[in-house]
Design a binder for this molecule. Structure first.
Ligand SMILES: [Zn+2]
Length: 503
């Protein structure tokens, strides 16, 4: 069945057109501002819901290009695909250079070694990006388990020569921010303490024996050690065997490799504003993915949402007041090099970046709108939310907009906005072989795409600018574990959530 037939909902369109409340001023048209706003909403939200274009694009990206880790041939293929796609959409696009790390996965396996207490078995593991390899024969060592960096520090010399198992009890998406530091900084801390290897329990909200990879980093002067994620199931088994007393030994073989840095690109595209083309509304997502699965939720979904927003806005006459600029960032997952390269290359323009959005929490349905702006932001944005009512997203959420690729824009006080998506299943698949197209629901993707298209238009069209947020007291850390999705806000009130049109 085509995505289009799943998505189209006449009832939704009727309620969209009947949406109450509109801004006092807005779209330039001979009609009243309110009518003009509703007409524009119909022309953006309608096609996003009914044409299935974002879904078709996501299918192309995931099925014909697949996983696209920085430095790989497929990452380069994704760059070319994005350029071709923008061209086909009538949106002017170009590349901007980015030097990226080039880490590759090799052979990898883990083994719980038999003892007098238990039989041996294989362990489901996956090297963390940035891990060192083991020697070809692997490393064999006793496991010591900790659940925090403080616990690791307290062990002192007892870490020497061991494989450190970082355990935690991630249950819900909100836990990701709480435990991602174990993956990001744990291996470096363990290496410093003399460990020979690291296993990190996968950062997952569900598991069918699926390891979840992700980036790790080693501090200056610390020699990287072999570091892998292990499935929730195997981490719990190791935990039980350790808790019942006696040594637990594992063998790890990791064939990963750090190659010389590679040349790559951000893809940038633009729809020029009609009245204030020098003012830029940036909408971004990351084009790279991990090297497993096909990066469908992370972040193919975000990529096609912002591309589709640009395609739909580009075909409107008149164009919105300000310029809409799409940035498909390279290397969010294991370096944020694209984000830094963009901020450096466009430093002089950042004061004219009047709003920025990053979509990087998967292809779930929209829950509401997030902002990060100075005083009065909510009042400015609220009159533009009406067209999101039928999508169940006409709510300003208390959580702040942001994103890893936008973090270099924070010191420049760029206001931020976002459409928060339902990420309740996101961490079931995140960074695994299972992050594939079949996990994305076409209806949800279309609804979030519609919300992104409309909010982008609103930001580019609203008469006044968002007040810039206060400068942070210290520069944000750009080397923190990347791919941070922090759906940290409490469950949002959802107004008028639509029933998913079923087949
Ligand atoms: Zn991501």
């Amino acid at each position: 069945m085509s995505a289009t037939s799943l998505i189209f909902s006449p009832a939704l369109m009727i309620s969209l057109l009947a949406a109450p409340s509109a801004p006092k001023a807005g779209a330039s048209s001979s009609a009243s501002p309110q009518a003009a706003q509703l007409q524009m909403a119909e022309r953006l939200v309608g096609p996003a819901l009914t044409e299935g274009h974002a879904w078709a694009r996501l299918t192309e990206l995931t099925d014909t290009i697949g996983p696209r880790l920085s430095g790989s041939e497929s990452a380069e293929a994704a760059v070319q695909w994005a350029l071709r796609s923008f061209k086909a959409d009538g949106v002017k696009a170009w590349t901007e250079p980015v030097k990226v790390p080039h880490w590759i996965r090799g052979e990898e396996h883990g083994e719980l070694l038999a003892s007098e207490r238990f039989r041996g078995k294989s362990l489901q593991i996956m090297a963390l990006g940035g891990s060192a390899p083991t020697p070809p024969e692997g490393i064999t060592a006793e496991v010591v388990e900790v659940s925090s960096l403080e616990e690791l520090a307290a062990l002192g010399d007892r870490v020497k020569g061991r494989v450190v198992l970082f355990s935690h009890d991630m249950k819900v998406p909100e836990d990701y921010g709480k435990f991602a530091g174990l993956r990001g900084r744990g291996p470096s801390a363990a290496a410093k303490a003399g460990a020979v290897g690291v296993l990190v329990r996968s950062l997952a909200t569900a598991s069918l024996s699926t390891p979840h990879t992700g980036a790790t980093g080693f501090a200056e002067g610390i020699k990287p050690i072999p570091s892998a994620s292990v499935t929730v199931e195997d981490a719990l088994l190791l935990h039980r065997l350790l808790a019942s007393g006696g040594p637990v030994r594992v063998r790890l073989v990791l064939g990963c490799k750090e190659l010389p840095e590679a040349d790559s690109f951000n893809v940038v595209a633009e729809v020029k504003g009609r009245e204030k083309p020098e003012e830029i509304v940036l909408i971004g997502a990351h084009l790279d993915s991990w090297d497993v699965g096909s990066g469908a939720h992370d972040d193919g979904a975000g990529v096609v949402m912002v591309m589709e927003a640009a395609r739909l806005i580009a075909r409107q006459k008149p164009a919105p007041r300000r310029t809409v600029r799409v940035v498909l960032f390279m290397n969010e997952e294991n370096g944020l090099r694209g984000a830094k390269a963009y901020a450096d290359a466009h430093a002089a323009e950042l004061p004219r970046h009047v709003a920025a959005l990053e979509m990087d929490s998967g292809g779930g349905r929209p829950l509401g709108v997030q902002l990060r702006a100075g005083e009065g932001g909510s009042e400015l944005v609220r009159p533009w939310l009406a067209p999101l009512t039928a999508l169940g997203a006409a709510t300003l959420l208390s959580s702040e907009a942001g994103g890893a690729d936008l973090s270099p824009l924070v010191p420049a006080q760029v206001p931020m906005f976002s459409v928060r998506t339902d990420a309740s299943r996101y961490f079931d698949y995140h960074h695994t072989h299972a992050d594939t197209l079949d996990k994305v629901e076409p209806e949800a993707l279309a609804q979030s795409t519609a919300a992104v298209a409309w909010m982008t238009y609103a930001m580019a069209e609203m008469p006044s600018l968002l007040v810039r947020p206060a400068a942070p007291s210290k520069a944000p850390s750009l080397v923190a574990p990347p791919s941070q999705v922090h759906p940290t806000a409490p469950a949002a009130p959802v107004v008028g959530a639509p029933k998913t049109p079923g087949p």
